[in-house]
Design a protein around this ligand. Structure first.
Ligand SMILES: O=CC(=O)O
Length: 353
């Protein structure tokens, strides 16, 4: 029996050679996409260039996006044999996972691989916005004694310890549960959260987390908001002018999720007016372009979408996606089980019932 085909998009694997050769390639014939853009990829699908493949494997999210978004156009061209799209990345805004689910195709993300790195980065941002570390670093880097002294004095009057302040988490998933734990244990913060689905009682108890039934209720009590929601049509511009208006005066905002969850113009206005006192942003609305207005503000900590960017994350993204495919696709190319980290279970199950 021929081995089921896996369509590999993006760069080859780099870290898990043994597993790849001895487990993955033993079960699957891996075919590498060589189409450099959407037009050629669309044509390749129409021509059935890659045959009746059973899975799509994207081990690195920095590459493998040459075909653009996986929308209805691309998804409708997939062969009926596809069972799963397993990708690196905790986020998955490049794929319409509901549309995949409707075609009985699982989408499995890199959940678990980047939890540690992203929650560490969010914790760093939280500390930075309370303590004005970016302002101090910018002043130190001027090597100007006057600026040094001015900032030394100013920071002592405008900074605060996070301890006893409310950290408001939007979206309680694997990453933000870790952040909640770290912020509670290391910084002594009070954890509040909003999510469309309330967490089980034991999770709330373990984190000492208070649930809010609406975003605005959470915004009204939080001293620092940290965003952990996927980007989709419901969450684009979620933090807009109305949301800033609902925040406590002087609150802070941290975003390690996706740039487009925050309306950048509204953010600039909220910072300029002093409605919020600081922001920490790893992700940006027009990435890789950073807002020049935000970049000019000393109370804004900025990084280059590196929150998950640790070697440990990349190693586990590769492995996680292979394991997901192995769990789903059988020797005959049929379904044998569920992925470990599905994100479209509901849509998949509705299509299967
Ligand atoms: O942005 C990083 C990720 O989605 O993992």
């Amino acid at each position: 029996m021929p081995k089921p085909i896996v369509l590999h998009i993006g760069e080859p694997i780099k870290y898990n050679q043994d597993f790849y050769e001895n487990e993955f390639c033993k079960r699957f014939q891996v075919v590498q996409n060589d189409c450099p853009d959407r037009a050629t990829f669309v044509q390749a699908l129409k021509d059935e260039k890659y045959g009746n493949f059973s899975a799509i494997y994207r081990p690195h999210f920095q590459t493998g996006g040459e075909m653009g978004d996986w929308d209805d156009e691309l998804i409708s061209l997939l062969p009926r044999s596809v069972r799963i799209f397993a990708s690196a990345g905790a986020g998955y805004n490049w794929a319409d996972v509901e549309a995949l689910g409707r075609r009985k195709i699982w989408y499995a993300n890199g959940a678990g691989a980047s939890d540690e790195a992203v929650s560490d980065t969010a914790l760093y941002m939280v500390l930075s916005v309370f303590r004005n570390f970016t302002r101090a670093q910018l002043a130190a880097r001027t090597c100007d004694p006057e600026k040094f002294t001015a900032c030394h004095k100013l920071c002592a009057t405008i900074s605060a310890n996070p301890r006893g302040h409310v950290l408001g988490i939007v979206g309680l998933g694997n990453i933000s549960k870790k952040l909640a734990y770290k912020a509670k244990m290391a910084l002594g913060m009070d954890i509040h959260y909003y999510d469309v689905v309330r967490a089980p009682e034991n999770v709330e108890k373990e984190l000492g987390a208070t649930f809010h039934p609406s975003l605005h209720s959470l915004l009204g009590v939080s001293d620092c908001i940290s965003l952990h929601t996927p980007l989709n049509k419901h969450t684009q511009d979620l933090i807009n002018t109305e949301a800033f208006a609902a925040m406590k005066p002087g609150a802070r905002l941290v975003n390690t999720a996706r740039g487009q969850v925050v309306n950048e113009e509204a953010l600039v206005e909220a910072l300029n007016s002093g409605k919020i006192s600081a922001a920490g942003l790893d992700v940006h609305y027009h990435e890789p372009q950073v807002s020049k207005e935000l970049a000019a503000m000393e109370n804004v900590t900025l990084t280059t979408h590196i929150s998950g960017g640790a070697l440990n994350t990349r190693i586990n993204f590769e492995l996680n996606a292979m394991r997901n495919i192995l769990a789903v696709v059988g020797e005959d190319g049929g379904f044998i089980g569920e992925p470990f980290t599905p994100v479209n279970k509901k849509a998949f199950e509705e299509a299967s019932s």
